[in-house]
Design a protein around this ligand. Structure first.
Ligand SMILES: NC(=O)N[C@@H](CC(=O)O)C(=O)O
Ligand SMILES: [Zn+2]
Ligand SMILES: [Zn+2]
Length: 432
């Protein structure tokens, strides 16, 4: 059965398309994009997309689905259904599960479970060291052979530089990129928010920028030396933004960076009281940091927007920021938050946003998705960018409700998500 998407504004970064057109999906592939297309089979479905935007499905390089081991927070099924609601058709799940995904068998568990329960593409990252303990390399070649597309120690850094360099050398041999969480544990200490006057006001221990900057610099230098493909996760500081600018000016192409919506929308000034929904790693920084990150997105030396979707139970997010878990959810709100903060304000065009949320992340993993072109995968999202709506955590499909964006008015509601030519999410407002 095919799907004919009629009359939408088709926006694609790779082909530089931004025009009213029809899109015909034949099974798993985009068969044709053009004007006045006709259904090709009597069973074909027609979606009227007039007044809406049609974009490639989003590719989120950084999520936590907590499966195996912490499925009370999220599991592969709830996480990927939440992704579908957010317009995301491909995710990379981080390996800091219980146990850690550090060998082929555990990676295969996720692959097999996702094949059974997930409406979208779930890719699993493998840990760089056994148990993410930073002592011994994991079975990198074995995981690559099992189809793991990327390595990451997310949740922490490989603190020993020599071991981190060895992991990069193995990653090069295996042909895998590294997604790098940058955090010097000795500098972070017991910090739970940015180290600034707001931390003093709240009497909470701070996390300084150098906690992130030192490892980001160290690992970029190691990547230049080893030739490893390094992608810096959830960047939050002006220092890292400046460093990315310098690397671009130097013509270094094997280091890329991502930023999450909370890090370019909120600052530590937004933390009015000791509230765990504002606790995440890295923390919300200052206006100066946010401005530098936005400049990086605009100028293109920060290439990707990801979510770091980090669901937790209500219990893990109550009490003081001192003791609550780090992390917020984000996969159901990333497009609308990014559209509202970056496109409505004129920082990016919609096509540039599509580039950061679909095309560039797909390119980092050499995936054929992330673009609307004939012959490419039928992963498509249809959104309403005209009507404002309010974010309500009660509407989340994710098990995690830990968001600082409750009650925020945004534009960019996802109406339909299509993955592999199948409609995997339809918003209730689209069928009225
Ligand atoms: N970002 C967070 O605050 N938490 C993440 C870990 C991580 O992304 O580093 C988590 O696993 O909960
Ligand atoms: Zn991380
Ligand atoms: Zn993470």
């Amino acid at each position: 059965m095919g799907i004919l998407i009629q009359g939408g504004r088709v926006v694609d970064a790779a082909s530089q398309m931004d025009k009213i057109a029809d899109v015909y999906l034949d099974g798993c592939v985009i068969q044709e994009i053009g004007e006045k297309l006709k259904v090709k089979d009597k069973d074909d479905r027609i979606i009227d997309a007039r007044g809406m935007v049609v974009m490639p499905g989003l590719v989120d390089l950084h999520v936590h689905f907590r499966d195996p081991g912490q499925t009370e927070k999220e599991d592969i099924e709830s996480g990927s259904k939440a992704a579908a609601r957010g317009g995301v058709t491909t995710v990379v799940a981080m390996p800091n599960t219980t146990p850690v995904i550090d060998c082929p068998d555990r990676a295969n568990y996720v692959k097999n479970k996702a094949a059974q329960v997930s409406p979208i593409h779930v890719l699993q990252a493998g840990a760089m060291t056994k148990g993410e303990l930073g002592c011994e390399l994991s079975d990198i070649a074995g995981m690559a052979a099992a189809g793991v597309p990327v390595l990451s120690e997310d949740g922490k850094s490989v603190m020993k530089a020599s071991l981190c360099k060895q992991a990069m050398e193995e990653a090069v041999k295996a042909g895998l990129p590294i997604f790098d969480h940058c955090e010097d544990m000795t500098l972070r200490g017991d910090g739970c928010m940015n180290d600034d006057e707001n931390a003093k006001r709240l009497g909470l221990p701070g996390i300084c920028n150098s906690t992130e900057d030192t490892i980001a610099a160290r690992d970029s230098l190691l990547a230049i030396e080893t030739g490893a493909k390094l992608h810096l996760c959830h960047c939050s500081t002006r220092g890292v933004a400046i460093m990315m600018k310098m690397l671009k000016e130097e013509g270094i192409q094997n280091v890329t960076a991502e930023v999450c919506p909370h890090h370019f929308i909120l600052t530590s000034d937004d933390i009015e009281r000791d509230d765990p929904n504002y606790k995440m790693n890295p923390p919300l920084r200052t206006r100066k940091d946010v401005d530098a990150l936005i400049e990086g997105l605009k100028e293109g030396y920060i290439q990707v927007i990801s979510t770091d979707h980090a669901p937790h139970t209500q219990k893990d997010k109550t009490g003081s920021m001192r003791t609550a878990a780090f992390g917020i959810v984000g996969i159901e709100t990333s497009f609308a938050l990014s559209y509202t903060a970056l496109v409505e304000t004129g920082v990016l065009t919609l096509s540039q946003l599509v580039e950061k949320m679909s095309y560039n992340p797909a390119k980092i993993l050499n995936l054929p998705c992330g673009t609307l072109q004939e012959g490419h995968p039928a992963d498509v999202v249809i959104a309403d960018i005209k009507h404002p709506y309010t974010i309500h955590k009660a509407d989340f499909v994710s098990k995690g409700k830990n968001t600082p964006f409750e009650g925020k008015e945004v534009k960019g509601k996802i109406l339909y998500t299509i993955c592999d030519g199948k409609v995997v999410y339809t918003d209730p407002s689209a069928v009225k």
